[in-house]
Design a protein around this ligand. Structure first.
Ligand code: ATP
Ligand code: MG
Length: 246
C-alpha cells in the first residue's frame, strides 16, 4: 500500500543553520508515528515541511505517492494532510462552530451537512456545549481540542500534531488521547511530536527520533527509547561522541 507520507533526503537550512538535514522516513496508512528528539532537533521544522508551511531546500515529500515538495499548504490539505500547532492557533473572535467551518468554506457541499459534521466532532471532544462560545473564552486545553477537531473537518489521511499534550490538564489530555485513538481506528494516520514519551509509548506503533536535524533512530517505542544514540542525545552529549558509537 502507498505510504501516506514518504520523505527522501529532506533538508532545510535557516541561514547557516541546518534545521533538517537529509531526513528520509515514511508513515504507513492508518498508523500513529511519534516524533521525538531534544529541543531544537528539528521536529517542528519537519512538521512545517510536511504541511507545506515552508518549502524544503532539497528532497521530496510524497503524499499518497505524489511529490508535493514546494507546494502550498492548501495543496497539502487537498492531498489529505492537516496540522495542529505547539500553541493552538484558533480564530479567537469567532465561535467554536465557526472555527470548524473555516476549513470547508470553499468546499462544495451544503452548509447544513458541514454544520452537522462539526457538531459531531465537537461532541467527540466534549465541546458541543461550547458550540456558540467564542474561542477566546475557551481554556488553553479546550482550544487545543478545538484545533484538533478543526483539523479533522476535511477528512485528512494524516494529522500532524505538535505537542498535543503539553501544558494541558490531565483530563483534557485523556480526552485528546481517546479522540486520537478513535479517529485512528477509523483509518486516519497521525504523526505526533511530543516530549511526553510515556504518552507516545502508549499511543504509537513506531517512533522516530531526531537529533541535530537527522533521524538517529526509528522503531518500536521500546527499541527507540532504549537506543544508545537516543539516550545520548537526551543526555546532551555532542555529535562527536555519538559518531564514536557508530
Ligand atoms: N524560522 C526559523 N528561522 C531560523 N531558525 C529557525 C527557524 N525555525 C527553526 N529554526 C532553528 O532550527 C532548529 C530546529 O528548530 P525546531 O523548532 O524545528 O526544533 P524542535 O525539535 O521543534 O524543538 P522544540 O522541542 O524546542 O520544540 C533550531 O535551532 C531553531 O532555532
Ligand atoms: Mg518544536
Amino acid at each position: 500500500m502507498t505510504n501516506v507520507i514518504e520523505t527522501e533526503t529532506l533538508t532545510k537550512s535557516f541561514g547557516g543553520m541546518t534545521a533538517v538535514s537529509g531526513t528520509s522516513f515514511s508513515v504507513e496508512p492508518g498508523t500513529i508515528v511519534g516524533l521525538i528528539g531534544p529541543n531544537g532537533s528539528g521536529k517542528t521544522t519537519t512538521l512545517n515541511l510536511l504541511n507545506g508551511a515552508i518549502a524544503p531546500d532539497q528532497g521530496t515529500i510524497r503524499v499518497q505517492g505524489e511529490n508535493l515538495a514546494g507546494k502550498s499548504s492548501t495543496a497539502f490539505v487537498k492531498a489529505g494532510v492537516t496540522r495542529t500547532f505547539q500553541n493552538p492557533r484558533v480564530f479567537s473572535t469567532v465561535t467554536a462552530m465557526e472555527n470548524l467551518l473555516v476549513p470547508v468554506l470553499h468546499t462544495r457541499g451544503g452548509k447544513a451537512g458541514f454544520t452537522k459534521k462539526a457538531e459531531e466532532l465537537l461532541e467527540t471532544v466534549g465541546l458541543l456545549g461550547h458550540r456558540d462560545t467564542p474561542a477566546s473564552e475557551l481554556s488553553g486545553g479546550q482550544q487545543k481540542l478545538l484545533e484538533f477537531v478543526r483539523a479533522l473537518m476535511t477528512d485528512p489521511h494524516i494529522v500532524l500534531m505538535d505537542e498535543p499534550f503539553a501544558g494541558v490538564h490531565p483530563s483534557v489530555k485523556e480526552v485528546m488521547r481517546e479522540a486520537i485513538v478513535e479517529r485512528n481506528k477509523a483509518g486516519t494516520a497521525f504523526m505526533i511530536v511530543s516530549h511526553e514519551i510515556p504518552d507516545l509509548t502508549r499511543l504509537c506503533s513506531r517512533i522516530i527520533c531526531m537529533s541535530d536535524g537527522q533521524v538517529i533512530a526509528e522503531g518500536t517505542p521500546g527499541e527507540v527509547t532504549s537506543h544508545p544514540l537516543v539516550i545520548e542525545a537526551y543526555l546532551g552529549q555532542g555529535p562527536a561522541s555519538r559518531g564514536e558509537r557508530g
